[in-house]
Design a binder for this molecule. Structure first.
Ligand code: PLP
Length: 411
């Protein structure tokens, strides 16, 4: 690792490396242009104060209740449970959050922090558009101007989300450089932040980015795990035996896992996107295939080419199509506290259909990666064990992909 850091320093003389701060084990840090370090320090300071201020927490919780619709229910999946005939299956219903996924828990938290810091302008980058929509939503709610950077290729593929953002009043800026996808949009957002750091808050959409973002995003999603704990105690009188969650950057997963990290009886499983298979080039299986490297301002596992450049990720689900993973997950992988597996496109799509038919819940394709793992897990369970799957989002946004996959040319 030291030699990796040394090499990165040599290759990037303009980058500054704080020693030890903001690292989860050997992962994390603040790998950003030096000019942004004061902004990250300001953010860290304000976040620490806000975090220990009960008024900030109460305000955040109020918006989560009244606007997002929390607490989200925990649903017992009776037919799915009968289908496997071993153990019991529950869903934590983040798909019932306003805008249809967990992402808004985080954007509500970050926008409230931005206002507390007196920032007047919000920027974000988005790949599939889901984080862009969640950011545009809270900016509309609180009356802040919102600029979303998005690769030109992603804008073409995700036109519906582009129009959603526009309808919500955001300006979507097309990024024409590089592969015209998420990593290029991220570069543009960072460039904007460098230029406008005085009045601008950069909302990052997953548990990734330079410190303190991974920590902050985790804290804003922690409510998922807190509710899960009390709902499990209400419904089953104890903690669950297993928790499953899909992992893109890792925000929904760390949100539900975090509460249980120090409870070894709860087994935690993260499911990453295998794409066409973790052994192929067309994959997003960061742990199965990645190496430590720097992306998006932090050191973590990363899919790389043989030359050490960022590899293009592939998954049928746009939200898992990310070549990196948050640093805290990298650390949990290192320590073995969470086990990570990959689920490929076909297994996920099979789970989309099965879940729809057994439970009347059309899951997001991201979420279906976690649901698909039940095929492997349930046969090993005894009757009195129970599992919670974090149902990170609903599948309405994926109907284009789902139609094409199952019903192709049928009319
Ligand atoms: C964005 C998204 C994900 C992946 O992001 P994480 O930060 O890994 O949670 C998963 N599920 C849904 C529904 C999403 O929209």
């Amino acid at each position: 690792m030291d030699s990796l850091l040394k090499q990165h320093k040599q290759d990037n003389p303009g980058y500054l490396f704080p020693d030890g701060r903001g690292y989860f084990g050997r992962f994390g840090g603040k790998f950003v242009p030096e000019i942004l370090i004061p902004a990250l320090e300001e953010l860290e300071k304000h976040y620490q104060i806000a975090k220990s201020d009960p008024a900030f927490r109460e305000e955040r919780m109020k918006h989560l209740r009244e606007y997002v619709g929390r607490p989200t229910p925990m649903t017992f999946n009776e037919r799915m449970t009968d289908f496997y005939g071993t153990g019991r299956i529950y869903f934590k219903r983040e798909d019932l959050c306003h805008t249809g996924a967990h992402k808004i828990n985080n954007t509500v938290g970050q926008v409230l922090l931005a206002m507390r810091m007196g920032k007047k302008r919000i920027i974000a980058e988005t790949g599939a558009g889901q984080h862009g929509v969640a950011t545009a939503t809270v900016c509309a709610r609180f009356g802040l101007p919102c600029i979303v950077y998005m690769g030109a290729e992603d804008m073409r593929r995700q036109k519906l989300n582009v129009d959603r953002m526009r309808l919500l009043g955001a300006e979507v800026r097309s990024v024409e450089s590089g592969s015209k996808t998420l990593k290029d949009a991220t570069n543009e957002a960072i460039r904007d932040w460098v230029t406008n750091v005085e009045d601008t808050f950069y909302i990052i959409g997953s548990a990734v980015g330079p410190h303190p973002y991974p920590l902050m995003v985790r804290d804003f999603h922690d409510v998922i795990g807190l509710e899960t704990e009390s709902q499990c105690h209400e419904l089953e009188g104890r903690n669950p035996d297993y928790i499953l969650a899909c992992v893109g950057g890792g925000s929904n997963a760390i949100g539900i896992f975090h509460r249980f990290i120090d409870k070894p009886e709860v087994k935690l499983i993260g499911l990453e996107a295998g794409g066409e298979g973790a052994a192929t080039q067309r994959t997003a299986a960061t742990f199965a295939k990645g190496q430590p490297g720097v992306l998006h301002g932090s050191l973590s596992f990363l899919l790389q080419t043989e030359q050490g450049q960022i590899a293009l990720a592939h998954s049928i689900s746009a939200g898992l199509d990310y070549p990196g993973v948050g640093p805290e997950h990298a650390h949990l992988f290192d320590t073995g506290r969470v086990s990570y597996h990959s689920v490929d496109d076909h297994e996920a799509m099979k789970a989309v259909k099965q879940c729809s038919r057994l439970e009347g819940i059309i899951p997001a394709i991201e979420t279906a990666h976690a649901i698909a793992w039940l095929d492997k897990l349930m046969p090993q369970l005894s009757k009195d064990e129970f599992v919670v799957v974090n149902c990170s989002g609903r599948g309405d946004k994926d109907m284009g992909t789902i139609s094409e996959y199952f019903y192709g040319n049928e009319s």
